[in-house]
Design a protein around this ligand. Structure first.
Ligand SMILES: [Zn+2]
Length: 411
């Protein structure tokens, strides 16, 4: 089985938007990338080699001349399925007017953020009188509502506004789960998980928590690296809220959510304290949804989709309860972010489409970008794109040679 992500992904354009000269250049680049993607998907969906190139150029005398009119992949054809990327890519590529830095921050509904928004439209309002759940936008509504600023991806055959997916990894493991784990650790310390609070400094307590976390993970066969250490410097967020720092990767956070679910259940069982019980249900809801998706196939059964969606809803409702509990006590725990709201849409999408949200993880894409970055930083800025592709092809050649040798040895 081929494991290296370099072998099955291909870069089309690697240019940060902020480095482009002007808004016009930016718009033209987005337009061209979308047109190229549309052309490529158009050809791939027909399944035969095109008569001319993307720019209308003749293929005579090139390697592609022999492919004209010939089946490209033994009769298999491809089609557009979904767009995935992080929140920044989502709003930059699709020119979304409503994104995380705006008061009207959600492209999928008309929820509002900010201190002055009316209560029924406030995204933090999840009670029965909330009005924002009634304002969800579908593809045809999007075409009317945002007609002055539509995405260039409308050219892509099969594109639908609802197929711009949310990324489960960024929204949970690099988003709200960071806040959940960081805040839960503070709650555990305050409830004496590793000894009487107040007898030691917070850093010493965190060191004991980390040791305990690793030992529980080891006993259950779940690997958790010893670095980075758990200290106040990397769990006290910049804004004062408890949240795991960026040195902890998505895979660490995923394991830590499992640990929080296990530990909070153990702490909650003998007590009747609502806080610990709600925290246990909150962590269990997220962990259960992750488990359903890790064990299920690409398309979920109706029961799996309902269970995953309901678990996420349960997790979110408990998370809001915890946020409000600590807000009233003026403690900076369980921060509510835009991502917390987007997670409601993820939960709804799982139920509506019965597709495994793991399909829209960007673990591999992040790893792919990291590898491209490793190549790009060794190239001169002026010839970066050319050198990047040359070195990338060289890498592929080395991989294929190694693979060929291994296969010959096995054979
Ligand atoms: Zn929304």
């Amino acid at each position: 089985m081929v494991k290296d992500v370099l072998l099955y992904k291909w870069p089309i354009a690697v240019i940060p938007e902020r480095r482009m000269r002007s808004p016009e250049v930016r718009a033209a680049v987005n337009e061209t990338v979308a047109a190229l993607t549309a052309w490529s998907i158009g050809v791939a969906s027909e399944g035969v080699g095109p008569e001319m190139g993307f720019m209308g150029e003749s293929l005579a005398g090139t390697d592609r001349e022999g492919l004209i009119g010939q089946p490209l992949a033994f009769g298999w054809r491809a089609c557009y399925f979904a767009f995935k990327g992080d929140l920044k890519a989502r709003h930059e590529v699709h020119c979304l007017r409503r994104y995380y830095q705006c008061n009207r921050f959600c492209d999928r509904c008309l929820a509002l953020q900010g201190s002055k928004c009316p209560t029924p439209m406030d995204f933090r309002n999840i009670s029965d009188d909330a009005a924002w759940p009634l304002t969800c936008i579908d593809h045809s509504t999007y075409l009317h509502l945002d007609q002055e600023c539509l995405t260039p991806w409308l050219k892509v055959p099969g594109f639908n506004f609802l197929s711009i997916t949310y990324d489960y990894m960024h929204n949970f493991y690099l988003g709200t789960a960071r806040d959940l784990v960081g805040s839960a650790i503070k709650v555990f310390v305050d409830h004496g998980l590793v000894g009487d609070p107040g007898t030691k400094s917070m850093d010493e307590m965190l060191c004991l928590v980390h040791r305990r976390m690793r030992s529980v993970c080891r006993e259950n066969g779940v690997p958790l690296p010893c670095k980075p250490n758990l200290t106040m410097a990397n769990i006290g967020g910049e804004d004062g809220y408890f949240s795991m720092g960026t040195r902890f990767k998505a895979a660490h956070i995923k394991t830590m959510v499992w640990w929080v679910a296990k530990e909070s259940e153990r702490l909650a069982a003998p007590s009747n304290e609502p806080l610990l019980n709600v925290l246990a249900v909150c962590a269990y809801g997220l962990q259960r949804c992750t488990e359903v998706m890790d064990l299920a196939s690409v398309v979920l059964t109706k029961e799996e989709a309902e269970e995953a969606s309901e678990s996420l809803h349960l997790h979110l409702r408990c998370y809001f309860w915890l946020a409000s509990y600590f807000y009233l006590r003026r403690k900076m725990l369980f921060k509510v972010r835009c991502k917390t709201h987007y997670n409601f849409h993820i939960a709804q999408d799982i139920k509506n489409y019965q597709l495994n949200a793991a399909l829209f993880h960007t673990f591999q894409e992040e790893s792919f970008l990291g590898k491209l970055k490793c190549i790009a930083v060794r190239c001169h800025g002026k010839t970066c794109t050319k050198r990047l592709f040359q070195r990338y092809l060289l890498c592929l050649a080395v991989f294929l040679e190694d693979l060929g040798r291994t296969t010959r040895k096995v054979g």
